[in-house]
Design a binder for this molecule. Structure first.
Ligand SMILES: Cc1ncc(COP(=O)(O)O)c(C=O)c1O
Length: 227
């Protein structure tokens, strides 16, 4: 047997998965009438402790739409680690699609502390300064080799965000890996975040590249109607 540890994006579906997909009940997804998609969204919302979920075809879309839900016109800033996917691999999408300023917060292994976030925030100062609006974290950290944020460190970051009026976004491309490694349930990891998403191909080797994002209902409406 060949064990490929190069990347979880190279996984392949087993026959039972292909059979389940072929036999899946389908409907008009545009009208919210696809029972399989509806069941998936309900399950993911429940898993993440969110009010609702939407089904999106890629993790990049989950980040882009998640960021768009929070960023207001005119120079809002997203604070995230320099190795985070929206900085390194989304082709400037947050700037192009949301007008967001991506602002790096340094720290070890793809993570940062509450104090580092606090120090990186823009002040209330000049009219030319971006406005700190959102903090985004990756669980697990992709380019840092899949490190799991310690829960306490994450809580510190979320406390700073709450105290300073920031929204919080969780890039959970590999959140379920953190759940397995830590024994901490996904809803506990997602607690305190305004938007969060998980991806199924990396967990289950489904071939479609699809994933689901969960969000409170208000953000969901804005995501669906943003132009
Ligand atoms: C942490 C992280 N976020 C987002 C993405 C984007 O996911 P997708 O390739 O489905 O667009 C990836 C992809 O590897 C990732 O590792």
């Amino acid at each position: 047997m060949l064990v490929n540890l190069f990347s979880d994006t190279q996984t392949r579906p087993v026959d039972a998965m292909r059979a389940a997909m072929a036999a899946a009940e389908v409907g008009d997804e545009q009208r919210g009438e696809d029972p399989t998609v509806n069941a998936l969204c309900a399950r993911v919302a429940d898993l993440l402790g969110m009010q609702a979920a939407v089904f999106l075809p890629s993790g990049t879309m989950c980040n882009e739409i998640g960021i768009r839900c929070h960023i207001r016109p005119g120079g809002d800033a997203v604070h995230l680690h320099p190795t985070a996917h929206p900085i390194t691999a989304e082709a400037g999408g947050p700037a192009a699609l949301s007008g967001a300023v991506l602002s790096a917060v340094d720290g070890d292994a793809g993570m940062f502390t509450g104090a580092a976030l606090e120090a990186a925030l823009f002040g209330a100062g000049g009219r030319y300064e971006p406005r700190s609006r959102l903090v985004s974290v990756e669980q697990t950290t992709n380019l840092a080799g899949g490190r799991v944020w310690p829960l306490e460190q994450l809580r510190e970051v979320l406390d700073v965000a709450a105290r300073r009026g920031l929204r919080a976004h969780l890039d959970g491309a590999r959140l379920m890996n953190a759940v397995v490694a830590s024994g901490v349930p996904a809803a506990e990891w997602a607690r305190g975040f305004d938007t969060a998403w998980i991806t199924s191909p990396r967990v289950s080797a489904r071939p479609s590249g699809r994933c689901s994002r969960a969000a409170p209902r208000s953000s969901r409406r804005r995501g669906a109607t943003s132009r």
